[in-house]
Design a protein around this ligand. Structure first.
Ligand SMILES: Nc1ncnc2c1ncn2[C@@H]1O[C@H](COP(=O)(O)OP(=O)(O)O)[C@@H](O)[C@H]1O
Ligand SMILES: [Mg+2]
Length: 1024
């Protein structure tokens, strides 16, 4: 092995120098493409054994996914190359369907000479020659060392176009790959996107690299467990049918925040297994979501084995990437990132470059000086100039040496004055066909595919690929990236311009009319090949149509781009796309405008609604309504009114909701359209539920469920089921509630409706709890809490602690109950969720009653009452609980009249709202007041009334308490059937206890005095 850890191998007449990346045979250099050479190295270093195709693909194309036929093509190229030197032996044997074996005897030779600093390569791989960047490489290496030791860093390589950012990063990544083979390296590119940038483009690029790399399996596992929201972006990897369904459930209601958090977490997990190097190219074109990810990573890297590197052009950041500019300022202020600003190359660097690339040579020593003078050491300029001299034959190999074939003074006259002129000169030297091909290719951007280019040029693709191959190998204007499959199954080859400045220049060459035409044709071709995946490629399509002045199509694809943004939780980006689409509508033909405007307002309003920006949503839906009315289109008018009704509901503007929904309903009836009718009916019923018009709510929800089911109208069905389930719960119909809510849960997951998914979980948990199935209830509620937290859903995050507190209270663990209620109150106040605040205050009052703190109890209840006074939202429901609380409080103070008065209020309203549990509770409270007065007969009547009420609507958690009390009253009355009542209570208590999995909680419940009383008096044996 030599200084870099590479070997030299000999077989037959060949000598393979791994470090030099050179194969020679019979004293001659054998020309091989870089990939063929990699393949040969992979085979030779494993000579004698069959190497699987997969393993070979991983080694040769570590960061990119390529088709298997690339392997076959390169194997035959290798065989040809080896055969041309020595045809008397087979070197590579095929193991059918498995892979290949290198069968010649291989000898490992002595070490080669240590490399010149900065590395070296044969003339074939000049793009890998890097000179003069040793200090920068040292800095990067030291950052890598820090990262490997767990102190992650972020570092940016910056400078003008052509200064060598990509060249340096490539060299560094090659270094990492060879020095630290265990590291996971991923690289993402940003592309110039002209306004309609695609969220997370470089991040998705980097992840797909990782997924197809050597550690693909591990990466997939980590993403699956840590970052499910990202898995949805890779259906090819995670898209098995049931896999997707589970992913949908786990990610329902996900937000951008959650996506960012999950990815940071997943990268952290990967980094704990092996160092991770994450590299982003051309960040000046990064979209804001990707920058947000960088910001998140930065907060975390310090403790992780993670190195984040990136390149950007400062001038472009300053000019056109405000979010990145701000991010960099923040980072620099906190010294959280470093920057390597690249400078020009010196004359000695150019000497090294010439000597490395053209070895051995007999150049005039003045050549490097001349090039330096002309180019000032600008790397792109200098290397292009040198390449130009080679192509023109001014630099050529004569015998064993590279020489100048002209006088230096002649060169001097002809060298261009700057890099752009240099590029110009190279382009001008192309023959007209090549040049046309390159100009047309520039339409697609920095990267392009042969199939689209062939379409634009109207030529045969195979012939074109041969031409492109020449432009790659000989002119080095482009690089071949490899074969890829387009969404419609077409295979094509992808290329990249050797430098984006070439693309810019060629693009400028096209006359404006031609550019417009070509962009439009490119858009059409892309639709043909990628139409199926329009949303994924929408920003690209939109750009081509915008530049091709097909504004109808531009608007169409900007809308798709917005939809895609919403799908990956980039609502802010979606709003941008929709807004941009709006700006192009006036340029469409007048008769298409109104319907487009309508659609855009509808979608943008929905994006605002999804992020609770209610005022903006109302504005858009109102514009939507105006459009509908201008079009005189009743159906559209209905959907605008309906959209408004929805925002009004969630922003608690119930009067406006009633008005809108009423109007929408009239239209639906006028049109005789059941689908439209139930779509609105749901909102009407939801309002009725909230204000306590329960009879009507119930009718309307049942009707909606029936019609929506018949029409298979799932969105309306989901809303109706979720609210109907909740109503079943309020009216103590827990079995029904459970059934309906489980159906709602499945539908919410399927339709990816986060808030309703949480709502259904919440009420399912409460229903299970009332049935005495506390462990199941806790599991459901804890699942809901976790999801609400992941999704940053403040509303449900604020509401759930109360329910957990309630379960502890029912299980007689008052300490935990108090803890969760206090937590609930804090969260509710912090996130200003009034409903949750009311709930917490009432619950706290109950805890404080138990703790015999009368003053604080009243303070708490008073707080709740004050909120209810000013807010109609769910007033009826909370008032029931508040009255029950007051009654219990006064009982504890032996203020019997007050207690009875509240209990009667409760009885009256609970009966009206058919809240059976509260009807029974009111009777129980009245019975307690009666007992205090020694009116035991009256007490027994109330308790029997309560039990009768519960007979049809079982509430086990209340039933045992009522039965136990009945036992006590009967004891007082000397009634022999007291034990029977206690026994009934004890059976229920045991059922409840058997449903508590947590042993500690179960034991403490069974040991509670109220429970012990039941056991003792019921004479039932029970292991305490
Ligand atoms: N230090 C260097 N040594 C040799 N060639 C270089 C060096 N830096 C850049 N180049 C060459 O200059 C050209 C432009 O460099 P590149 O890295 O693409 O620039 P950037 O990414 O900054 O725009 C490439 O062909 C590259 O090979
Ligand atoms: Mg670059």
């Amino acid at each position: 092995m030599n200084a870099r850890g590479y070997g030299i191998y000999e077989f037959g007449p060949f000598r393979l120098d791994q470090a030099e990346r050179m194969l020679s045979g019979a004293g001659q250099v054998v020309a091989l493409s870089p990939k063929a050479l990699d393949l040969l190295i992979a085979l030779v270093t494993k000579a004698g054994r069959v190497v699987d195709k997969e393993e070979l693909m991983r080694e040769v194309w570590p960061d990119t996914f390529v088709e298997e036929n690339n392997l076959t093509v390169n194997i035959s190229a290798l065989r040809r190359a080896l055969g041309s030197v020595s045809s008397d032996q087979d070197y590579i044997q095929t193991a059918p369907r498995r892979g290949y074996r290198f069968v010649a005897r291989v000898r490992q030779a002595a070490e080669s000479a240590p490399l010149a600093p900065g590395g070296t390569a044969s003339a074939e791989t000049d793009s890998e020659v890097l000179v003069g960047r040793e200090p920068e490489l040292h800095i990067l290496e030291s950052f890598l060392r820090d990262a490997v030791e767990g102190a992650g860093r972020m570092i940016f390589i910056t400078g003008e176009p052509g200064i060598g950012k990509t060249a340096l990063s490539n060299a560094f990544l090659r270094h990492v790959r060879s020095r630290l083979p265990v590291a996971a390296i991923c690289r993402g590119r940003c592309l110039e996107q002209y306004g309609a940038s695609e969220p997370y483009l470089p991040v998705l690029d980097a992840l797909s690299n990782l997924l197809s790399g050597t550690a693909g399996k591990l990466v997939a596992d980590v993403l699956r467990s840590r970052a499910p929201t990202w898995c949805l972006q890779f259906p090819a990897v995670f898209g098995s049918a049931d896999g997707l369904e589970r992913l949908y459930r786990e990610t329902v209601g996900a937000t951008k925040e959650r996506m960012l958090r999950e990815l940071v977490d997943a990268l952290g997990t990967l980094a704990s297994a092996a160092p991770v190097v994450l590299h982003f190219e051309d960040l000046h074109w990064a979209d804001p979501s990707s920058i947000d990810l960088l910001r998140r990573l930065c907060q975390d890297t310090e403790k992780q084995r993670l190195l984040v590197t990136g390149t950007f052009r400062p001038a472009d950041v300053e000019r056109s990437n405000y979010p990145l500019k701000i991010f960099l300022l923040e980072m620099q202020a906190h010294k959280q990132c470093e920057e390597i600003a690249l400078g020009l190359l010196t004359q000695p660097h150019l000497v090294t470059y010439l000597d490395t690339r053209f070895a051995p040579n007999r150049f005039d020593p003045e050549l490097a000086a001349l090039i330096h003078r002309k180019t000032e050491g600008q790397p792109l300029f200098a290397t292009s100039l040198i390449q130009f001299l080679v192509e023109r034959g001014d630099i050529a190999r004569e015998g064993d040496y590279w020489m100048l074939t002209r006088l230096l003074s002649e060169l001097d006259l002809e060298a261009p004055v700057n890099v752009r002129k240099m590029i110009r000169k190279k382009v001008d030297a192309l023959d007209s066909e090549d040049r046309r091909a390159m100009e047309y290719a520039s339409i697609q951007g920095e990267e392009f595919t042969s199939v689209v280019l062939a379409g634009l040029l109207e030529v045969d693709e195979l012939g074109l690929e041969e031409r492109l191959d020449r432009l790659d190998k000989i002119h080095r204007l482009i690089q071949t990236l490899g074969e890829e499959e387009l969404p419609d199954g077409t295979f094509t080859t992808r290329y990249r311009f050797a430098h984006v400045l070439y693309q810019n220049d060629l693009y400028q060459d096209l006359v404006n009319k031609r550019r417009v035409l070509l962009h439009r044709q490119t858009g059409d071709l892309l639709i043909r090949y990628c139409g199926d995946q329009a949303p994924r490629f929408a920003t690209q399509f939109a750009m081509h149509f915008e530049r091709g002045r097909n504004f109808a199509r531009t608007v169409e694809f900007l809308i798709h781009a917005g939809d895609h943004g919403r799908q990956i939780n980039a609502n802010d980006k979606a709003v941008d796309h929709y807004s941009r689409a709006l700006s192009f509508v006036p340029r469409m033909s007048p008769d298409e405008q109104a319907s487009r405007l309508f659609a855009i307002y509808q979608k943008r309003g929905a994006a605002y609604l999804a992020t609770s920006q209610f005022d903006q949503a109302v504005k858009d839906f109102t514009s939507m309504l105006d459009q509908a009315r201008a079009m005189n289109d009743r159906t559209r008018e209905h959907s605008a009114l309906n959209a408004l009704a929805e925002v009004y509901f969630y922003s608690h503007r119930l009067d406006e909701l009633e008005e809108c929904a009423g109007e929408a309903l009239r239209i639906a009836r006028y049109l005789g359209d059941d689908r439209l009718r139930v779509e609105t009916m749901v909102f009407i019923a939801m309002r009725q539920d909230i204000v306590g018009e329960l009879g009507q709510a119930k009718c309307n929800l049942d009707d909606t469920i029936r019609v929506a089911r018949a029409l298979d109208f799932r969105r309306a069905l989901l809303d109706a089921l979720a609210w109907r389930g909740q109503l079943h719960f309020f009216q103590s119909e827990y079995e029904c509630a459970q059934e309906v809510l489980r159906e709602a849960l499945d539908l919410a997951a399927e339709l990816r409706h986060g808030p309703l998914f949480l709502q259904a979980q919440f009420f399912l948990g409460l229903s299970l709890g009332n049935m005495g199935r506390f462990s199941e209830a806790l599991a459901v509620l804890k699942g809901a809490t976790a999801l609400a937290r992941l999704n940053g859903d403040q509303y449900w995050q604020a509401k759930i602690p109360n329910c957990i507190a309630w379960i502890y209270r029912e299980l007689e663990d008052f300490h935990q109950a108090l803890k969760y209620d206090l937590e609930g109150l804090t969260v509710a106040r912090a996130s200003k969720v009034r409903e949750a605040e009311t709930n917490s205050l009432i619950n706290l009052g109950c805890d404080l009653t138990h703790a015999a703190d009368a003053e604080k109890t009243l303070e708490s209840f008073g707080g709740a009452a004050a909120i209810l006074e000013s807010d109609v939202w769910c007033r009826w429901r909370f008032t029931l609980r508040l009255h029950a609380g007051f009654a219990a409080h006064h009982l504890s103070r032996r203020e019997l009249d007050k207690a009875a008065a509240y209990a009667r209020l409760l009885l009256e309203s609970a009966t009206r709202y058919e809240a059976r549990k509260y009807v029974a509770l009111a009777h129980k409270l009245l019975a307690e007041a009666a007992c205090e007065r020694h009116a035991f007969a009256e007490a027994e009547d109330h308790l029997n009334a309560a039990l009768t009420q519960l007979a049809g609507y079982p509430v086990p958690i209340l039933m045992w308490r009522i039965s136990s009390m009945l036992g006590r009253v009967r004891l007082q009355r000397g009634d022999g059937s007291a034990a029977e009542a206690f026994e009934r209570a004890s059976t229920i208590v045991q059922m409840i206890a058997s449903n508590v999995d947590d042993e500690k909680l179960r034991t403490s419940f069974l040991a509670a005095p109220a429970v012990q009383e039941v056991f003792v008096r019921g004479r039932t044996f029970h292991p305490a």
